[in-house]
Design a protein around this ligand. Structure first.
Ligand SMILES: Nc1ncnc2c1ncn2[C@@H]1O[C@H](COP(=O)(O)OP(=O)(O)O)[C@@H](O)[C@H]1O
Ligand SMILES: [Mg+2]
Length: 148
């Protein structure tokens, strides 16, 4: 199942994107996304959208687009931005120093996700995937212990 929504490149739209992603994942309880996985996915989305606004034309009168792809054991989120001028950076993990005020967004994404990377050209932005064990089986009663 895939959902896409475009947001204007304004700071308050990051919250809108978070709320929307929360709702999309909550609606699909059929996929049994654990709450902590959904929360981590939303945190990563928030960092990726913040970067889209800060580092690309999305934040200067542009838009950013969020795609959420869900299946039984994984969610992939893509954040398309409007790119940087030629020679600009792509998303990368900055080495973290304890006192640094910046540079944690991609490190968080790296920590919470199974895989991540820049979107394949000609798209610009970031994609990441979180995975979980399929827990639906646990909802059925456990089999009684075998008689001795
Ligand atoms: N969407 C993006 N497009 C281009 N460069 C990006 C993008 N997202 C992140 N980057 C680059 O990756 C670096 C690390 O991002 P991040 O870990 O979020 O730290 P911070 O945003 O605090 O610099 C950024 O400083 C920027 O150079
Ligand atoms: Mg950042």
């Amino acid at each position: 199942m895939s959902y896409t929504r475009e947001f204007p490149g304004w700071a308050d739209q990051i919250r809108q994107a978070r709320t929307w992603a929360d709702r999309v994942m909550a609606t699909h309880t059929g996929y049994a996304i654990p709450d902590d996985t959904a929360a981590a996915a939303v945190l990563c989305l928030s960092e990726a959208a913040t970067n889209a606004l800060r580092y690309t034309a999305s934040g200067r009168g542009g838009v950013f687009k969020v795609t959420i792809k869900l299946d039984r054991r994984r969610v992939t989120i893509e954040v398309d931005d409007e790119g940087r001028p030629a020679g600009g950076t792509i998303p990368f993990v900055r080495p973290i120093t304890p006192m640094a005020q910046h540079g944690r967004g991609m490190a968080l994404i790296d920590h919470y996700t199974h895989t991540w990377g820049p979107l394949p050209r000609p798209r610009t932005g970031v994609t990441f995937t979180l995975t979980w064990q399929d827990t639906r089986a646990r909802k059925t009663a456990p089999a009684p212990p075998a008689a001795p």
